[in-house]
Design a protein around this ligand. Structure first.
Ligand SMILES: *Cc1c(COP(=O)(O)O)cnc(C)c1O
Length: 399
């Protein structure tokens, strides 16, 4: 964990990310973190080797478990979220999977919000089908009502705010408080906020998960994930699961994420500015029934967003077309876009669009809209160019 010096106090997050004060290579003073690749790490003698314990984060044991490059990235990510410990994974989904392996065994019960990132749902379904784990999906807007769903064998509550695709903002503090009082671990998929706009540990969350493939990478070229924790016991459960599963990351990939990190708050603000402007404009369009952007009133949990999020909403939002447009017409709209590409993942410089039939993705809470939903990731292009592109696609598809 980075020790922040007294002079850190009062400095903005942006300055602290640029000046992390954790230079690991005394005698070689440069801004980039050196790329340290290793499988074998050599010990000065057998006594030193025999003293190693897996739980001691300060020892170098084997390249799989960490090198100065990966540990520096982990520490910087923990510092951004206000956590104490971080572990890196080869994808965001691997980080999600590790939370299950760290905290859940056969016979245990897990609560998953109905709007969770789809591969998280699929992971939960897999554990339920093949490994004897009980899974309940819950209405993301349940808040403190989660108390009624907690059973004696409940071990983990997932939260995701805003939810993937449908953007409901959960009352994370209310859910986390109930879970903590009942001794249940809360894990938040905090990818949307990149750890910038929402500080999970100030709201009672135990574990934060990040898909670093998104804003932290920023280049649509890296797959990586992280779990971040405050409590050392939680960290140790995750660390043991990660070690048993043989999970590690490449130092080269870490160095690319380290290179992107100092510009992340600026990129996040730029995505946010353009996305909010486009979302506000889309709300005025007659083709659009609802705009699901957390900073706009249509979005369930908008008030919670205003209460708990500081520093914007980033580039991701969804909107629902009026029900008079068929799925085929909405497909034609998405394909008519020239500056929005069709593809998974997001957080890079390019805008993306994807249509969803949400009613087939839900099992716990009824989806209130009849029209087709489109999710936008708004990249770093010029706002007026993107608006003109959307206008021409609307005309082409619906004229
Ligand atoms: C992309 C994403 C993930 C998974 O990240 P990968 O690195 O692609 O595995 C997890 N959660 C959310 C909300 C995401 O958007």
């Amino acid at each position: 964990m980075t020790d922040s010096s007294p002079k850190d106090e009062g400095r903005s997050e942006q300055t602290r990310i640029v000046h992390p004060e954790d230079r690991l290579t005394p005698g070689f003073e440069a801004f980039p973190v050196p790329v340290t690749r290793a499988s074998t790490i050599v010990f000065p003698n057998l006594a030193a080797m025999r003293k190693l314990v897996w739980s001691d984060d300060s020892q170098w044991r084997y390249g799989l478990h960490g090198t100065p490059t990966s540990i520096t990235l982990a520490q910087r990510l923990a510092a951004i979220e206000g956590g104490e410990h971080a572990l890196l994974h080869p994808s965001g989904l691997s980080a999600i999977s590790n939370v299950y392996f760290g905290f859940v065994k056969s016979g245990d019960h897990v609560l998953v919000p109905d709007n969770a990132y789809s591969p998280n749902r699929e992971h939960a379904d897999w554990l339920a089908a093949d490994y004897g784990v009980e899974v309940t999906y819950y209405d993301p807007m349940i808040g403190a009502g989660i108390a009624d769903l907690i059973r004696p064998n409940t071990k983990l509550v997932w939260v995701e705010a805003p939810g993937s695709v449908t953007m409901e903002v959960q009352d994370v503090p209310a859910i986390a408080a109930v879970a903590r009082a009942r001794g249940v671990v809360t894990a938040l998929d905090n990818t949307y906020s990149a750890g910038l706009a929402f500080k999970p540990f100030e709201h009672g969350v135990d574990i934060s998960v990040q898909a670093l493939s998104k804003y932290q990478s920023g280049g649509s070229d890296i797959l990586m994930g992280a779990t971040i924790a405050v409590d050392r016991e939680h960290h140790m459960k995750l660390k043991r699961a990660r070690m048993r599963l043989g999970i590690g990351v490449s130092a080269d990939d870490c160095s690319l994420v380290l290179r992107s990190l100092p510009s992340m708050t600026l990129r996040y603000a730029a995505h946010d500015r353009t996305a909010f402007a486009l979302a506000t404009w889309l709300k005025t369009r007659p083709e659009v029934a609802a705009v699901l952007h957390p900073a706009i009133e249509d979005c369930p949990g908008h008030e919670i967003f205003r209460r708990d999020f500081k520093g914007g909403a980033g580039g991701l939002f969804s909107f629902v077309f009026d029900k008079r447009y068929s799925a085929a017409q909405v497909d034609a709209f998405v394909e008519a876009l020239e500056l929005f590409d069709i593809g998974w993942s997001w957080g890079g410089s390019h805008s993306l669009a994807m249509p969803y039939n949400v009613s087939t993705m839900r099992t716990a809470a009824k989806w209130p809209h009849e029209g087709v939903l489109v999710r936008f990731f708004v990249g770093l292009e010029d706002e007026a160019d993107l608006r003109r592109d959307i206008e021409q696609a609307l005309t082409k598809a619906f004229a």
